[in-house]
Design a protein around this ligand. Structure first.
Ligand SMILES: Cc1ncc(COP(=O)(O)O)c(C=O)c1O
Length: 447
């Protein structure tokens, strides 16, 4: 009589059914449930019993016969081989190939968030879960209480004198930029070269041309701006080369804007992370009529929050509000609500203070490690250091870091008409040990 095979095949398992059946029969032979000489059900009967195609049982039997676990006796069926399991190759579970460690991208935009304040983070989200959301589409400008908090904070830390009704809550810098471009007159936008790639892409996606302005040269003048709708700048910390826009350059840019009529778009992405002195007040604080100010929660809290704010000149408020009311293109209510709690509970101030200390320490570590090879341009603020290098050295260092598991961006990737080379080393999204390992690999590449 044929032995009964108690087998359960799992259709959710990614292994083929024939392979699963063969594994199970091997297991039953090795643990003694099937003995040498036992007769197995016919492939047809077993297929019917298991509810599978006959090919499945035939494949399993064929494989086990080939391996010596089973033997077919002509006319009488399939049996557990007399020599099994002693002669049969010991079955080893198939090992998965070790997965390659995914590359850790040390990019300029990933912040370090102090985990010690996680309880405040959780409290903010509990608060969201116990608050009733608005029944319909809410105020297109954003939560009034949040706008009040943001306006007060901008006055305090950026010298920007604005009312809550001047603030529009956005889903981040690029969202705010996109909204602005939606209400500006037609025309190109100047962007530093090298410059912020997301800004370049956003301007182009809005169907506008990007005019390259050398990042370390003077700001665009009135003649250049005469044909442009706006000039996008990062005055607190030029992205990605690092310097702060000088006082005279700020005044010259404002003059050029007044003469030409082009708007200045100030992306104030990481001014809170200045290590040495208090951040220079926002450019918008010098003339709110010429500058649209963009801020973000991405650096202080998390890029994945997708939250930011826009303080446009007064004349753009109505068009922006009307556009946002029609499109419902506003920041998500739970995120706004959580950020309100994070601001009120002091979470944002705490993580910013703590990150600033960490960045200051890590920037020194980067500068020290790389000093023999090149001078880092800054950093005076933020979570990345830019290092200019000859092309071949930059590429060798980039490649060497990759072999250790780190993706360190090349400066050339931020350039359009400019041909600068080097590395942009982000040090927010890693541990100290990872940073040291990556720096070691970079240094080996530079040697
Ligand atoms: C220059 C610059 N602006 C803004 C941001 C943040 O953009 P968002 O608010 O869309 O996350 C970044 C992030 O890396 C940046 O580098």
């Amino acid at each position: 009589m044929a032995a009964t095979l108690a087998v359960v095949l799992d259709r959710a398992d990614r292994r083929p059914l024939g392979g699963q059946l063969a594994d199970e029969i091997r297991r039953q032979v090795t643990d003694g449930r099937l003995a040498a000489g036992d007769r197995l059900p016919s492939s047809r009967a077993l297929a019917t019993e298991l509810g599978v195609a006959r090919a499945v049982t035939e494949v399993a039997y064929g494989q086990l016969v080939a391996e010596g676990w089973l033997e077919g006796r002509h006319g009488s069926g399939t049996f557990v081989s007399a020599s099994a399991p002693a002669q049969a190759p010991p079955h080893r579970p198939r090992r998965r190939a070790p997965e390659a460690r995914p590359l850790l991208r040390l990019d300029a935009g990933t912040p370090w968030i102090d985990p010690r304040y996680a309880a405040l983070w959780r409290r903010a989200w509990r608060d969201v879960s116990t608050t009733r959301p608005p029944a319909g589409y809410d105020d297109p400008r954003g939560l009034p209480e949040l706008r009040t908090e943001i306006a007060a904070r901008l006055g305090r830390i950026r010298g920007l004198d604005c009312d809550p009704d001047d603030v529009l809550v956005t889903a981040g810098t690029t969202d705010g930029l996109r909204h602005l471009l939606g209400v500006l007159p037609p025309g190109p936008v100047t962007v530093d070269d090298p410059g912020y790639r997301a800004a370049v892409a956003t301007v182009r996606l809005a169907g506008r041309e990007v005019v390259d302005v050398p990042a370390l040269g003077p700001p665009p003048d009135a003649t250049t701006l005469a044909t442009c709708a706006a000039a996008y700048v990062t005055p607190a910390h030029q992205h990605p080369l690092g310097p702060t826009m000088s006082g005279s350059a700020r005044l010259a840019l404002l003059d050029a804007s007044r003469t030409s009529g082009a708007l200045i778009i100030e992306d104030d992405y990481d001014s809170e992370f200045r290590y040495d002195v208090a951040p220079v007040p926002a450019l918008a604080s010098l003339d709110r009529t010429r500058v649209a100010y963009l801020g973000t929660a991405s650096k202080a809290v998390a890029p994945s929050m997708r939250l930011g704010w826009l303080v446009p000149p007064q004349h753009l408020l109505d068009p922006l509000n009307q556009m946002r009311a029609i499109t419902h293109d506003t920041a998500s209510w739970p995120v706004q609500r959580a950020y309100l709690s994070l601001l009120r509970d002091g979470y944002v101030d705490k993580v910013v203070r703590s990150a600033r200390r960490t960045y200051a320490e890590r920037s020194t570590r980067v500068a020290k490690a790389l000093a023999p090879y090149a001078q880092t341009t800054g950093p005076i603020a933020g979570m990345y250091a830019t290092l200019e290098l000859p092309r071949r050295q930059a590429e060798a260092a980039h490649q060497s870091a990759r072999t250790k598991g780190y993706d360190v961006p090349l400066l050339a990737d931020y350039c359009r008409s400019d041909t600068r080379h080097g590395l942009v080393i982000g040090f927010g999204g890693c541990t100290d040990a990872q940073l040291d390992e990556a720096l070691g690999a970079i240094v080996r590449g530079l040697r």
